[in-house]
Design a protein around this ligand. Structure first.
Ligand SMILES: Cc1cc2nc3c(=O)[nH]c(=O)nc-3n(C[C@H](O)[C@H](O)[C@H](O)COP(=O)(O)OP(=O)(O)OC[C@H]3O[C@@H](n4cnc5c(N)ncnc54)[C@H](O)[C@@H]3O)c2cc1C
Length: 389
């Protein structure tokens, strides 16, 4: 199809269009140059964009904060971003529900929820994502009795490919609803979502060192040893850390390991070590052992507002690969992964992050109909070199 220029658009769309916009995901692992980027602030504008795309046979992709480690949101045709559609629309403090626009970031969502004495029951490692983006991929945290963020959706509204505004819920278009709660952006542009929340709460979290084989032996016990449990395994060692968090009424206690340990060693020195390891990968196991001994094997304890405890500093841009398998299969899979790394003399970064999510009924969710263990493998990207490692 011939290229569409901004000056060929009607004035209202010209005002929200940018030509040849280059979109890059957070980790800078994927990028695309789109023909036109649109930044609508109303559903009417979105409908106009969808109609325009239909007329000119262009595809549309929508992105939130670009945190997906994949190329899901890439296109050379039309890109749409609804960051300015970030308002709270409705709140019910009795039923603990809130409806917000799809472009609202989780950071803002936490603040708005807190203003009404509420919080989300579970969260992933960061809150930079948009509410539509984070649910489009069924992003998850951890907790044996807690589902993904998509499982907290009570209803949603999307603009479909033919420009219709479709409200869906368990009663209204239930099939579309079951698909749209984890749509990978493929069903339309989600503009409004109602979430189930709970009364705001504090979490008490502890981090303790363990031997990984022992944790694998007592798998079920570990999964149920707190409301929220995650395991960080340090490949090239038999060490791991188990993070546990429970709701508490106790006052805030913020851990303060000091600048040297947290930023000096935990960030800057580690980054320098990783950059060196780029040229000498054989030192990676030594780096892992050193970082485990000096920082990660230390017992840690913190009490704070839930979202602050759920979220972590994910350090540097990274390649991410995450597998979702049934809980009970995870110990065997992890033992095989360890064997595979050793047999093939691979040098991999830590941590391998292991989390647990309750089953749901969302069609594309990795936790559909089964209690799921997520095994997340990362390789940090070098800071000095933009090329693949
Ligand atoms: C440092 C880091 C930490 C992370 N931690 C976790 C974690 O703990 N748990 C976890 O599960 N994931 C995690 N992720 C992954 C992240 O939560 C997901 O990739 C999420 O989808 C990103 O949301 P986003 O707003 O950036 O969406 P984008 O990356 O911009 O888009 C992701 C998908 O959402 C779709 N989308 C965006 N907006 C809309 C909309 N309005 N309507 C319809 N579809 C839309 C896009 O088309 C695309 O398919 C992490 C990612 C990073 C970089």
């Amino acid at each position: 199809m011939p290229r569409l220029r901004k000056n060929q658009l009607q004035p209202a769309l010209q005002a929200i269009a940018t030509e040849n916009y280059v979109f890059q995901n957070w980790a800078k692992t994927f990028s695309c140059q789109c023909e036109l980027l649109f930044t609508p602030s109303t559903e009417e504008e979105i409908i106009e964009i969808v109609r325009l795309a239909g007329e000119h046979k262009k595809s549309i992709k929508v992105f939130g904060s670009g945190h997906s480690p994949s190329d899901l949101a890439m296109t050379h045709d039309f890109l749409v971003n609804i960051d300015t559609m970030n308002k709270m629309l409705k709140v019910d403090t009795e039923k603990l529900t809130m409806t917000v626009q799809g472009g609202m970031s989780l950071h803002t969502f936490h603040k708005v929820l807190k203003d009404h004495g509420m919080a989300l029951s579970n969260l992933g490692s960061i809150s930079d994502q948009s509410v539509a983006g984070v649910t489009a991929t069924a992003s998850h945290g951890t907790g044996a009795h807690f589902g993904s963020l998509s499982s907290m959706i009570l209803d949603l509204t999307l603009i479909t490919a033919n420009g219709d505004t479709l409200y869906c819920s368990p009663e209204s278009h239930p099939d579309v609803f079951a698909a749209a709660k984890c749509s990978l952006g493929a069903l339309g542009i989600i503009t409004r979502i109602t979430f189930q929340a709970e009364p705001m709460f504090r979490l008490e979290a502890t981090q303790l060192p363990y031997k990984f084989p022992e944790v694998l032996e007592k798998w079920d016990e570990v999964i149920h040893s707190a409301e929220h449990v995650r395991v960080w395994w340090f490949p090239h060692t038999d060490d791991c850390v188990v993070w546990r968090a429970n709701r508490t009424e106790k006052p805030v206690t913020v851990a303060n390991p000091g600048w040297f340990l947290e930023r000096g060693l935990g960030f800057h020195a580690y980054q320098a070590m990783l950059n060196t390891a780029r040229y000498f990968p054989s030192i990676i196991p030594k780096i892992t052992q050193f970082m485990y001994k000096t920082i990660h094997s230390r017992e840690q304890h913190i009490i704070d507002d839930s979202h602050k405890v759920f979220n972590f500093d994910c350090l540097f841009p990274q390649y991410v690969n995450e597998w979702a398998i049934p809980w009970e299969d995870a110990p065997a899979a992890l033992r095989q992964l360890d064997e595979f790394i050793n047999k093939n003399d691979l040098k991999v970064h830590f941590p391998v992050e292991i989390r647990f999510v309750d089953e749901d009924d969302i069609w594309l969710s990795p936790a559909y109909g089964r209690k799921t263990c997520y095994i997340g493998v990362i390789m940090y990207r070098s800071v000095f070199c933009a090329q693949d490692m």
